[in-house]
Design a protein around this ligand. Sequence first.
Ligand SMILES: O=C(O)C(=O)CO
Length: 319
Amino acid sequence: MAANKNFKILVTVTGLPVDRLREFGTVVQWNELGNPTSQELLELVKDCDALFCHGSNKIDKELLDAAPKLKVIGTYSVGYNHIDLEECKKRGLKIGYTPGETTEVAAEFGVGLLLATARRIPEANEASKDPVNVRFHGYLMSGKQIMDTTIGFFGLGAIGSSMLEKLAPFRPARFIYHNRSRKENCLAEYVSFDELVKESDFLIVTAALTPETTGKFDKDVFAKMKKGAIFVNISRGPLVKTEDIYDALKSGHLEAAGLDVTDPEPLPKGHPLLALKNCIVTPHIASATYRARNRMNDLTIANIINGLTGKPMLAPLLE
Ligand SMILES: O=C(O)C(=O)CO
């Protein structure tokens, strides 16, 4: 069957090869570095049939009102907290996403970020640029060892569980977790949120952003954490109150943090958190390998094409 060539499709992600979509109509691809502003997005989406978006694009009532022809959304992400699902449901929109493609790669990154944070790798790299900084002394660039510690997970879905498996060979004394539901046959022990916070030497956040988890890690929580604990967030920035983690790191109560996600994201230039030696900030790149990104792209394109042509999406979120 000949493909309908009349669709208009907006792709908000720069740099991805999306030629397959051109067989179905006109593709407008955002070509600037950085994200379109909400205003730019409203303008771009207004006569589109389909939207290829990612986690930084807010898909809310205002945007949906501005796009009366929109039928299909393919988000280039596994997370969907940026999409107002209720509003989409009311309009009968189809939404596809990219579960599975990011699990292993995000877990690998989480382990890397934990190790880099615990062993101060970026700081050591920076210091090595001048031999004066790295004159040997007994504790030069010393950090925290994983063996015999307690590793805690806030949220233990697919990414957290994969991270746990990857960390097991480092032989921590114990894994603990707090999650919406308890896991069967799990290496980690379920504990209350309070126990998780008080007992973890490494606290890793892999929970989804929901109204319940927004702002969950605030000054009271950081105060309850062990002195010298390490905090890693590869979930979503708004789970953590930015000023409060800054204070906990600045005072030395937390030994270090590795944050792949922040609030706001990205942090403005010169933000105080970026100046802390004991904080590694990366720009939300847990899923950034060529393999994963290509697979996410292929899946998002297939979801959109299937959605537009009346076939079941490969990974539907709403259909
Ligand atoms: O796919 C997502 O939702 C991500 O956050 C990628 O890191």
